[in-house]
Write a protein that binds this ligand. Structure first.
Ligand code: NAD
Ligand code: MLT
Length: 310
């Protein structure tokens, strides 16, 4: 029988074409739980992005499942230990969308600094208000990068070109590596106290969830602007609302939320908060790279071949 590849979220057409040559490609809406549970029962491979929760229930419903492929970076929506215990391989595309994610963080940072999104919305409402939208320059400012991994590094390299002073908090990175990049490694408290802008580039893990919460937001330099294009909940949303209300945080750029999808939040009420519906990886280039990388890995896995890092 032809192996079944179940695609639970949008995947680049080029990747679907690759898979369709050898496999029975089926589609399901991964957020429709009953439909997912039914469809996965016949699947040999399951391909998801970030919206499908691949938990123990889904994995156990899939007797013939051999591989779960995450067309992107973060694996926080896949219960990897459960998959591994059942002999199901988990693959992702760890470099596919890192440039796009770094660029999205920069887009949000600049938009927060210059009120681009709110000024645009106001003008389209017929309001020509120049003084209301006076911004700040980033040149000469201190930018704190939380998580100096693949995306954090690309973000830092690009921010260096703006003439910023870069500091980072990442206990798993060697100071020499940071120094090579022109970034000074500091403790989290120092980063919070010194940064004019903070951008978070962490995976969501039990250790990082809520890393920037009430206590941390009490330590920030007044007027800091915060960007989170990594995962919802790394910056505690309730604490952020309070800090914005009190003016301690002057603005925020948020690509991700603790609950997704989300269409209403107290954060949406602030003129100085720019939001996006998890678009960090939503570029033509990133989707092609992610789709093709997982298509290749799925093909190798189903053919019983060695699957190298994508
Ligand atoms: P990475 O693994 O290369 O880097 C993560 C860095 O975080 C590492 O250097 C690690 O040492 C550091 N880190 C881990 N725990 C930490 C802690 N407790 N404190 C400080 N630093 C810590 O990952 P990456 O490719 O840079 O991606 C980071 C995250 O960005 C992904 O896990 C994903 O959740 C998110 N992401 C979001 C989008 C989007 O669409 N918005 C796109 C891609 C990735
Ligand atoms: C990722 O972790 O790769 C991002 O969340 C992007 C995505 O899959 O949409």
């Amino acid at each position: 029988m032809t192996p079944v590849v179940l695609i639970a979220e949008e995947l680049a057409p080029s990747a679907i074409d690759v898979l369709a040559c050898d496999f029975d490609v089926r589609h399901v809406d991964g957020t429709d739980r009953p439909a997912l549970l039914e469809a996965v029962a016949e699947a040999d491979a399951l391909i998801v992005r970030s919206a499908t929760r691949v938990d123990a229930e889904v994995i156990r419903a899939a007797d013939g499942l051999k591989v779960i492929a995450r067309a992107g970076v973060g694996l926080d929506n896949v219960e990897v230990p459960v998959a591994t215990a059942r002999g199901v391989m988990v693959v992702n595309a760890p470099t596919s969308n890192i440039v796009s994610a770094a660029e999205q963080a920069i887009a949000l940072l600049l938009s927060v600094a210059r009120h681009t999104a709110s000024a645009s919305a106001a003008l389209k409402r017929g309001e020509w208000k120049r003084s209301r939208y006076t911004g700040v320059e980033v040149q000469g400012k201190t930018v704190g990068v939380v998580g100096l991994g693949r995306i954090g590094v690309l973000f830092a390299q690009r921010m260096a070109a703006f003439g910023t002073r870069l500091i980072a908090y990442d206990p798993y990175i060697q100071p020499a590596r940071a120094a090579q990049l022109g970034v000074r490694l500091v403790g989290l408290e120092e980063l919070l106290r010194e940064s004019d802008f903070i951008s978070v580039h962490l995976p969501r893990t039990p250790e990082t969830f809520g890393l920037i919460g009430e206590k941390e937001l009490a330590l920030v330099k007044p007027g800091v602007r915060i960007v989170n294009a990594a995962r919802g909940g790394l910056v505690d949303e309730e604490a952020l609302v309070v800090a914005l209300r009190e003016g301690r945080v002057a603005g925020a750029g948020l690509d991700v939320f603790v609950t997704e999808p989300i269409t209403d939040s107290p954060l949406f009420g602030f003129d100085n908060v720019v939001v996006a519906p998890h678009l960090g990886a939503s570029t033509v280039e990133a989707q092609d790279k992610a789709g093709l990388a997982v298509a290749r890995s799925v093909k190798l896995a189903l053919q019983g071949e060695f699957v190298p890092d994508a």
